[in-house]
Design a protein around this ligand. Structure first.
Ligand SMILES: [Zn+2]
Length: 244
């Protein structure tokens, strides 16, 4: 059963969970990423201008082009907030993202926000996941809108009753939660590691308080992690995409 107090991050490949996890160290090599389906992308919908919220620090590093494919039941406002949260978390590391709203766009990474339940778990519900193959991260990150909504509902001790909130309040919390889940998976991807750390962005088990706090201080990268990401971006230009 989900409880707000027993949140755990679990790397299944690397997956961010919304409950305590029993099998934290299992790293299935399944091909879940290759089976991502994103239902009903509305290509005509006007997504927010992601380019305007791109991070602006350390422009010497190539930006990472990310195609964001969101299910139609995820509001454009939430999608924008997710991108902004990820931007803000990585800004200190000098990492910039360029967000695209079409999965077929030239991009180095695909982020799917949909209603997938996620990898089967014994006692946890993943908020996001990333599959590794042959020890390397595949360029597909999944964020489960369904599981995020469920996690919000059971976090009432931290955020109150969701049904009593305005649409804007609810979207702010959802964007924050999913944006931090996405940043966690981006951390696994950019650092090419399935490992977790005692604190910071790759902490295994942030609390609901940390997930929903207006402050994002629990989701930081340390200096060594920033250096590693910068080195990888400089050497591996394929991590970044083509920016016209
Ligand atoms: Zn993780």
């Amino acid at each position: 059963m989900l409880t707000a107090a027993s949140l755990a991050l679990t790397l299944l490949a690397s997956s961010l969970d919304g409950t305590s996890a029993v099998n934290r160290d299992r790293h299935p090599r399944g091909r879940a990423a290759s089976t991502i389906t994103v239902g009903g992308i509305d290509r005509g919908r006007a997504f927010p201008p992601f380019s305007e919220v791109t991070t602006a620090v350390n422009r010497s590093l190539p930006p990472i082009v990310v195609a964001m494919a969101a299910d139609p039941n995820v509001s454009p406002a939430v999608v924008r907030l997710v991108a902004e949260e990820a931007n803000a978390i990585f800004r200190a590391a000098g990492v910039r993202f360029v967000w695209r709203d079409r999965p077929e766009s030239p991009a180095s990474l695909l982020v799917a926000i949909d209603n997938e339940p996620g990898p089967e778990r014994e006692s946890s519900t993943p908020l996001g996941w990333l599959v590794f193959e042959n020890g390397a991260p595949t360029p597909r990150i999944h964020i489960s809108y369904r599981n995020a909504v469920q996690y919000m509902a059971v976090s009432r001790e931290v955020i109150g009753v969701v049904g009593a909130k305005t649409v804007a309040e609810r979207e702010t919390l959802l964007g924050r939660l999913m944006g931090r889940a996405l940043a966690h998976e981006l951390g696994h991807y950019l650092l090419a590691t399935k490992e977790h750390t005692a604190k910071g962005l790759l902490k295994r088990a942030p609390s609901a308080q940390e997930f929903f706090s207006p402050l994002r201080s629990a989701f930081t990268l340390d200096a060594a992690e920033c250096s590693q990401i910068a080195a990888r971006l400089e050497k591996r230009l394929d991590l970044a995409g083509i920016v016209p």
